[in-house]
Every structure is written in structure tokens, then in C-alpha cells.
Design a protein around this ligand. Structure first.
Ligand SMILES: [Zn+2]
Ligand SMILES: [Zn+2]
Length: 232
């Protein structure tokens, strides 16, 4: 399923590709942000067809981070689209296979990780990352914000009023909360990253695991920062 966020944003949310969402940004970017779990390339291609986008029109695939529910269909999609694959250097190493995804330390997270591995998380084929994105880089209409913590190379992308936030935050009915700590590599660093984005101006946050949060998102993030008590 694909739908436009607002009426004329040219930003589309793609659902039904595992529990993580992907986003597509139309002209002039033609960029896909994240790719869902493995085996969803065809679902993404048909979602894009519904808005008149053919695979070869996709110029870039930008990954918010290396987790399997965000890069799962990258390998297949790259073959179909020939798009430029972009990620932060510290997560790129996991995507290219240079570093191996390791199981986390916490017992519950280990159990979940074992389960994901059974579903194919370990066996993701390596993909070449053609463009490395660092803090402050401009790529098309996006500004890259390095937001480490959930993973070392997690990034957010700012584009006008819109912030693509990957798994930095979870949206709730009234605002935001931290992504469950069991999935986060470094909670303290992640909190500093949340404080970092709270200083930016945007209206809408597009997170990985809930529908877009469209009203006064920056204010809601500042509320969360006060609640978790991080100061920069
Ligand atoms: Zn994640
Ligand atoms: Zn995720």
C-alpha cells in the first residue's frame, strides 16, 4: 500500500512490507528511503507503479540504518532499479558485509535476534554502498543528520518540514517515545541524538515503525527530551 503524506508533499509512505515502512520522495529526488524486510521488492515496485514510478526512475536508495527490517529488500531492489545506494559509513560496513551483524547482549534481545536470524536476517546478501553520507551532507533535497545510538551509523534526513527519522523514535498517540532499549545498541548516545534533532525545525516526522506524525512534531520531541532529561 502506498499513500501520499498530505496533499501535495510528493512524499509517499509505503506500508505492508514487514513491520517497518519505507518512504518514497518524488521529483526532483526520486529517492527511496529504506526497503522493508526481505522479499518485499516486488511489493515496493508495485506500490511505486501505482503512483506512476517505474523502477529505473528510482535514482537513490538511502538507508537510515543497517537493521534487517530496513535493508531486507535492498539487494533485490538495487538489481531492479540500479539506484545509487547511500548510507552512513559506520552502518555501510554491515550492509556491504565488511562487518557481521552481532547478536545483542541483553537476554531478551538475544532471543528476538535469534528469531530474526531464523527469518533470514543473518543471510542478507552484501550490497555495495556507492555513496557514504556524513553529518551535514546534502544529498538531493536532503540534509543528513547523524543520529547514532540505535546503531552506530543511524541517520535522519531533513527535507523542509519533514524529518525522516528511521528508528530514532517511536511515535505514540500523543507524541514520541524512545525506541525500545532492547533494540538500541547505545541508549545514552541515542538520547543525545534525540536531543540533537529536538533543536531542528520541522513539522512532520516520518518514523520507521508507526504512521507519519504530522502535527508539531518538533515540539513533541522537545517534550520527550525534557522527560528523559538529556541536556547537551
Ligand atoms: Zn532498527
Ligand atoms: Zn526498525
Amino acid at each position: 500500500m502506498i499513500y501520499e503524506i498530505g496533499k501535495t508533499s510528493g512524499i509517499y509512505c509505503i506500508e505492508g512490507i514487514g513491520n517497518a515502512r519505507a518512504y518514497f520522495v518524488g521529483a526532483p529526488d526520486f529517492a527511496l528511503i529504506d526497503t522493508g524486510v526481505p522479499g518485499k521488492a516486488n511489493a515496493i515496485v508495485s506500490a511505486l507503479a501505482q503512483i506512476g514510478i517505474q523502477p529505473l526512475q528510482v535514482k537513490r536508495i538511502i538507508l537510515t540504518h543497517h537493521h534487517w527490517d530496513h535493508v531486507g529488500s535492498l539487494w533485490e531492489l538495487q538489481k531492479i532499479t540500479h539506484a545509487e545506494v547511500c548510507a552512513h559509513p559506520r552502518d555501510a560496513d554491515y550492509i556491504t558485509g565488511k562487518r557481521l551483524r552481532r547478536s545483542p547482549r541483553q537476554p531478551l534481545a538475544r532471543v528476538l535476534y535469534g528469531l530474526f536470524s531464523l527469518l533470514g536476517a543473518q543471510k542478507l546478501p552484501p550490497v555495495r554502498v556507492e555513496r557514504l553520507l556524513n553529518e551535514g551532507d546534502h544529498i538531493g533535497s536532503f540534509t543528513v543528520i547523524h543520529t547514532p545510538g540505535h546503531t552506530p551509523g543511524h541517520i535522519c534526513l531533513l527535507r523542509g518540514d519533514y524529518l525522516f527519522a528511521g528508528d530514532l523514535l517511536f511515535a505514540t498517540a500523543g507524541g514520541f517515545r524512545e525506541t525500545p532499549h532492547i533494540f538500541t545498541a547505545d541508549v545514552k548516545t541515542s538520547r543525545l541524538s534525540i536531543a540533537h534533532i529536538a533543536e531542528l525545525n520541522f513539522q512532520v516526522i516520518l518514523v520507521g515503525h508507526q504512521p507519519p506524525h504530522v502535527v508539531k512534531s518538533a515540539e513533541r520531541v522537545r517534550e520527550l527530551v525534557r522527560k528523559i532529561g538529556v541536556m547537551e
